[in-house]
Design a protein around this ligand. Structure first.
Ligand code: NAP
Length: 319
């Protein structure tokens, strides 16, 4: 950290505090780069500090926790670990960035921060149905990730909402655990690729529920069923399920900088092959903001580590 003319220039400023952002912070802090982490705002559902793991309960596939760990506890541990090595963590969100050339400008309201390097780790969010009961039941029978949570629904009947490749991929994966999987789609035609449709149709555990919208979720502390409305007749009916997976797509949290760094058509930040470098020299990106394929806590953490090492080497090459 270096002050000149009243303005402080940090070596590394990062945005986002999920597994990618906090792993980057641990590595950058241990490289004596005193990173500043803009964690996001506690009141927000899309950029809450800790990221998407704050919306889950048990995490059983993060290596190193043989009996599993709660998502929020895992994130609290990562945060503590980053702070222990000197990362500065602030529960605020950047409101403006200027990523033309290093040193870059990052603003939190009126406060301007200068950064030699920027690490973007703002993640992605799963699209939700917008139902009143969703926040309460997320992690309690309602999920957005079959790889993460499918295991908890062994022997149960499960619903999957969506008609794209994600919905069918989730449904096919869930047949390993569920006694039956109902794919609930608002139209009578899938958007998913032919091959995925054929695979799903051929699976005896998968049933398609066409022209149906989920209008409400049943259950107080745990999901037990759904209310479905027929999109052609408006008629409502209930369906008992032990779990519901919403698979209607994800969006990356890249609005703040999508016009300044290279992104693909869906808004995910593009990085150079085998690296976390973006199209802007000195700006690195990691985690779900970049990755729409794996979307796992451990892959995000791994890419956060890569981003910090890339940033460290880049800074060293500058001096
Ligand atoms: P997607 O293709 O955009 O499909 C989203 C689905 O959710 C659509 O069927 C849509 O219905 C439905 N939907 C959207 N909003 C809804 C709402 N509010 N209520 C109810 N239903 C809603 O998204 P995706 O399936 O996540 O796929 C994203 C991209 O990744 C695609 O290009 C896909 O091919 C690719 N992908 C590929 C694979 C694979 O090849 N294995 C796996 C996953 C994803 P409508 O059809 O009526 O619009």
């Amino acid at each position: 950290v270096e002050a000149s003319g009243g303005m402080t220039t940090r070596d590394v400023v990062s945005g986002g505090s999920g597994p990618a952002g906090l792993t980057a912070a641990v590595y950058a802090a241990r490289a004596m780069l005193s990173p500043l982490v803009l964690e996001g705002e506690p009141s927000s559902t899309s950029d809450q500090p800790g990221g998407q793991l704050m919306l889950t309960t048990d995490v059983e596939n993060f290596p190193g926790f043989p009996s599993g760990i709660q998502g929020p506890e895992l994130m609290a541990n990562m945060r503590e670990q980053a702070a222990r090595f000197g990362a500065e963590l602030r529960q605020v969100r950047a409101t403006r960035v200027e990523l033309v050339q290093s040193p870059f400008g990052v603003w939190v309201g009126d406060e301007e921060i200068r950064a030699r390097c920027v690490i973007l780790a703002t993640g992605a969010r799963a699209l939700m149905l917008g139902l009143e009961q969703e926040p309460r039941l997320l992690g309690h029978g309602l999920s957005t990730c079959a790889t993460c949570d499918g295991f908890f629904f062994r022997g149960q009947e499960i619903g999957v909402v969506g008609g794209g490749d994600s919905a069918l991929e989730e449904a096919l994966f869930l047949t390993r655990f569920a006694s039956k999987v109902s794919v609930i789609h608002r139209r009578d035609q899938q958007r998913a690729s032919k091959i995925m449709q054929e695979r799903a149709m051929a699976n005896p555990k998968i049933e398609f529920v066409w022209n149906s919208r989920v209008t409400s979720l049943v259950g107080e502390s745990k999901l037990s069923g759904l209310v479905l409305a027929d999109t052609t007749t408006g008629e409502e009916r209930t369906m008992d399920v032990g779990g519901l997976f919403v698979a209607i797509g994800h969006v990356p949290n890249s609005d703040l900088f999508a016009s300044q760094v290279g992104c693909d058509s869906a808004g995910y930040v593009t990085t150079l092959p085998g690296s976390t470098s973006t199209t802007v020299d000195g700006v690195f990106a990691c985690g779900d903001l970049v990755d729409h394929t794996y979307r796992q806590a451990i892959t995000a953490a791994g890419s956060g580590c890569s981003a910090a090492i890339d940033a460290e080497r880049w800074l060293e090459a500058q001096h």
